[in-house]
Design a protein around this ligand. Structure first.
Ligand code: TTP
Ligand code: MG
Length: 357
């Protein structure tokens, strides 16, 4: 849309889960804190959800195996994931932020976009508004955050990550190229490990490298994603800030304490996951049509297998029965299973359903 240039904020809480834990347990301040799976003295099998900045000094990061974290930082304080608490705090934060603009979009548990174009007249005013928001969140929640301010969501998001923690980074459109150029391509939304590695093998390390790449070759290699990559590398993103309340799917998975080919315990775990997912679906007032299971074998080979039911399901027994049916071909005596997961999607609101009856 041509017209007035937009001013967009992206706010991201600093080391969110551990920050919430530190607020709950002030005696932890200053110590390396890690939230994630149980470390079991280095034998734990899950991963790190997040680590505070003290723990990051020991190279502990989100996503690394908890056993590795234990080796890197045995003196750390290890805490389990208390999702209920983080969701509660997240909701409080999002409610504070919603007060600043009606063009709001939550993005994950600790991030949000705010379009403040109609609230400020220039970047100077935008900066003081961002300071006000940071102060508001700190006063009411006792937590710090980092804000990026820019002319679109893409650059605002990269800017919020630029100076963490407690950062405030402004990137105006005329400075975008200079800002983006030296950053690694993985800073771009949608460039994960695989795409990152593939780009690297093509000699593309930085966003600047990508912006200078022949767009025709990018399209050839990546299809539609190639065009998206090229536009992003040039700091182009016209997507709107808009609230997406609709959840698309609900899923849970579990990693076994030990890899197993004991079918009974796999099925029991699957039943328990079905109960959790079913509970979540009820809370969200949704019925589902599609059920998908995920199986990861001991060698990390992962399979997903789904089925769309011929009816709209709202009974736990339908979910359990379908899940068991879907997993059957993967239960093999010669293959040990590491992880199972279940996901439901293709929702219909159960509130609407009731009204129809
Ligand atoms: P992030 O905002 O990516 O990380 P963070 O808030 O812990 O740290 P930063 O200061 O760098 O923003 O993710 C928000 C929360 O999401 C994080 O606290 C824990 C959770 N999370 C996981 O559970 N697994 C993951 O792999 C990542 C990246 C995050
Ligand atoms: Mg964060």
């Amino acid at each position: 849309m041509a017209g007035k240039k937009r001013i967009i904020f992206h706010l991201d809480m600093d080391h969110f889960y551990t920050a919430v834990e530190e607020k709950e347990h002030p005696e932890l301040k200053g110590r390396p804190v890690i939230v994630g799976a149980h470390p079991r003295e280095g034998k734990g099998r899950g991963v790190v959800s997040t680590a505070n900045y003290e723990a990051r000094k020991f190279s502990v990061r989100s996503g690394i195996p908890i056993s590795k974290a234990w080796k890197l930082c045995p003196q750390g304080v290890y805490l389990p994931v208390n999702m209920k608490l983080y969701v509660k705090v997240s909701n409080e934060i999002m409610n504070i932020l919603r007060g600043y603009t009606d063009k709001f979009e939550q993005w994950g548990i600790d991030e949000a976009f705010l379009d403040v174009t109609s609230k400020v007249k220039d970047y100077t005013e935008a900066e003081s508004l961002a300071q006000t928001i940071k102060k508001d969140v700190l006063e009411h929640e006792g937590l710090t955050c980092s804000i990026g301010i820019s002319y679109n969501k893409l650059v605002a998001k990269i800017a919020s990550d630029f100076q963490k923690p407690d950062g405030l980074t402004i990137v105006q459109e005329e400075d975008a190229e200079r800002f983006l150029d030296p950053l690694p391509v993985r800073k771009l939304l949608g460039v994960g490990r695989k795409t990152g590695q593939f780009l690297e093998s093509m000699g593309v390390k930085t966003i600047g490298d990508l912006s200078r790449y022949d767009p025709a070759v990018l399209v050839d290699r990546f299809g539609v994603m190639g065009t998206a990559l090229y536009l992003m590398a040039h700091g182009i993103d016209n997507s709107e800030v808009e609230e997406r309340t609709e959840i698309k799917s609900i899923g849970r998975d579990t990693t076994f304490q030990e890899d197993t080919n004991d079918f009974e315990s796999v099925l029991q775990a699957l039943d328990a996951l079905c109960e959790d997912v079913y509970g979540d679906a009820q809370e969200q007032h949704v019925c589902f049509k599609t059920v998908t299971i995920r199986v990861r074998y001991e060698n990390f080979e992962t399979h997903t297998h789904g089925k769309t039911l011929p009816f709209i399901a709202d009974r736990l027994q339908d979910l359990k029965k379908t899940a068991r049916e879907l997993i059957q071909p993967y239960l093999r005596v010669d293959r040990k299973i590491r992880l199972v997961g279940i996901r439901v999607s293709n929702f219909v609101s159960s509130l609407k359903q009731q009204k129809l009856v």
